[in-house]
Design a protein around this ligand. Structure first.
Ligand code: NAD
Ligand code: HSO
Ligand code: ZN
Length: 441
């Protein structure tokens, strides 16, 4: 049972600077030294032992008797046969909206003549091989398979490997398999956690090595992505996308029942999720507090939500402007703006992964089906990381082509800069060409 005493209301202006900092801190677990050490050991073992270690960890953390990691065709067909028409229709609708919004993001190459005889080109090329992590510890997330699978499909990444932890019976979710099928993903692997990310990063006997790993996950997954992107594996990652977060910015036009429902929708993800209300209205804060108790106690995942609410905050500010400042400082993964002039106010709010504008835009709309991507930066990284989009599945590179006349025009600038930097060979690479007769001699 959740009670009113479990969720405190905080007056922002009465806090000291360090209390304000503590109020906006993320739950501790994600940064612990022990977590880092555990993940380092898992990565090392996968690197050395490949599939043997991957199977071992999968048996230890997910399912006692799994023997085979990669789904074969017969397994896929058997799982697909279990997907109901209702589930298929829901996934199809979400797929269409996500696809439409991501196709619209298709980048175009740029070619520009910067000075006569000097042509520069910016080109986009799809990443060759990508690993897609679909969380599966506390809930199976076919929606995440769409969020990663759709842009990988549109970009045309040749190798797409999906990994997700099996359930206790050693099976993959049928709906995840259906979503993967729609996205044309052929390799589906039953493993999760840090070991799955390490398998994608180094490759094992049955898991292909990839160039970039995408996807959200718990603290083990997020830590593994961070460590592997900085070590010898050579992978890059999308972003630190850890435990879910939601901040609702509300004024006195907000409906406390809607606000509480939205906060609980993210609190139910995991015990380390964090949800925050920031409002200049003390009356709204009290009403949301009461609603949280009523609604939380009726949820099937009450135990998880209750733990997450232990690090939730209901913050009352002195003005809407102060509420905006607190929101910008926290930089939430998801930001719901439930105020009178939500669209106008949203223009001032630039440090969130995704913004849900107005009273009729629930956060869960973006989780599933509006078309935006739900893979978003957490832990305050919305200040410097972008939301996942089609461009993350490409890399860009440049070309330049210079004629003899173009080089003559650039020569003074290049040779002077080379002189300033004391790099004679750089200068010589220009002068040697201009001294040569036309036709290369
Ligand atoms: N930021 C985003 O965009 C976004 C999107 C969707 C989900 N999420 C978040 O993803 C998370 C999913 O977490 P989850 O746990 O349900 O699934 P998960 O798949 O991320 O993690 C499950 C795995 O964790 C590993 N694990 C569990 N306990 C361990 C231990 N003691 N030692 C070593 N490894 C251990 C196991 O290998 C297990 O397979 C949630 O926090 C959710 O909020 C975030
Ligand atoms: N809210 C999660 C991102 O933090 C995404 C999700 C998937 N399913 C439901 N929700
Ligand atoms: Zn969600």
């Amino acid at each position: 049972m959740l009670t009113l005493q479990d969720i405190a209301i905080t007056q922002w202006s009465q806090l000291t600077r360090s209390e304000q900092q503590a109020t906006l801190a993320r739950p501790e677990q994600s940064r612990s030294a022990q977590l880092k050490e555990t993940v380092r050991n898992i990565i090392e073992r996968i690197k050395l032992e490949g599939d043997v270690a991957l199977l071992d960890y999968t048996r230890q953390f997910d399912c006692a008797d799994i023997e085979q990691l990669v789904l074969d065709d017969a397994q896929k067909q058997a799982l697909l046969a279990q997907v109901s028409d209702r589930a298929k229709a829901a996934i199809d609708k979400a797929y269409d909206n996500i696809r439409a919004f991501h196709v619209a993001q298709t980048p175009e190459d740029i070619t520009l003549t910067t000075s006569p005889g000097v042509q520069c080109t910016l080109k986009y090329t799809a990443l060759e091989s990508v690993g897609l992590y679909i969380p599966g510890g506390s809930a199976t997330l076919p929606s995440t398979a769409l969020m990663l699978g759709v842009p990988a499909q549109i970009a045309g990444c040749k190798t797409r490997v999906l990994v997700t932890p099996p359930n206790k019976q050693g099976e993959m979710s049928p709906e995840v398999v259906y979503a993967a099928e729609k996205c044309g993903i052929e390799t589906l692997v039953m493993c999760g956690g840090a070991q799955a990310v390490a398998a994608l990063a180094y490759g094992t006997e049955s898991v292909p090595k990839v160039d970039k790993v995408f996807g959200p996950g718990n603290a083990f997954v997020t830590e593994a992505k961070q460590q592997l992107s900085q070590n010898d594996s050579g992978i890059s990652i999308d972003m630190p996308a850890g435990p879910s977060e939601l901040l609702v910015l509300a004024d006195d036009t907000a409906n406390p029942r809607f606000v509480a429902a939205d906060l609980l929708s993210q609190a139910e993800h995991g015990p380390d999720s964090q949800v925050i209300l920031v409002t200049p209205s003390a009356a709204v804060a009290s009403a949301v507090q009461a609603e949280l108790v009523t609604q939380c106690n009726a949820l099937p995942r009450i135990d998880i939500a209750r733990q997450a609410l232990a690090s939730s905050r209901l913050i009352v500010t002195q003005s809407l402007a102060e509420a905006v400042a607190v929101t910008q400082r926290y930089a939430p993964e998801h930001l719901a703006v439930q105020t009178e002039d939500a669209a106008e106010l949203s223009a001032q709010l630039t440090t969130a992964g995704s913004i849900f504008v107005g009273h009729y835009t629930p956060e869960s709309g973006g989780d599933y089906a509006t078309g935006t991507n739900h893979v978003l930066p957490t832990y305050g990284y919305a200040k410097n990381y972008s939301s996942l989009g089609l461009l993350d599945f490409y890399r860009r590179y440049t070309l330049q082509e210079v004629t003899r006349e173009g080089l003559a025009e650039l020569a003074e600038s290049i040779t002077t800069l080379a002189d300033i930097e004391g790099l004679d060979a750089h200068k010589r690479a220009v002068t040697i060409r201009l001294e040569a007769q036309e036709g290369n001699s």
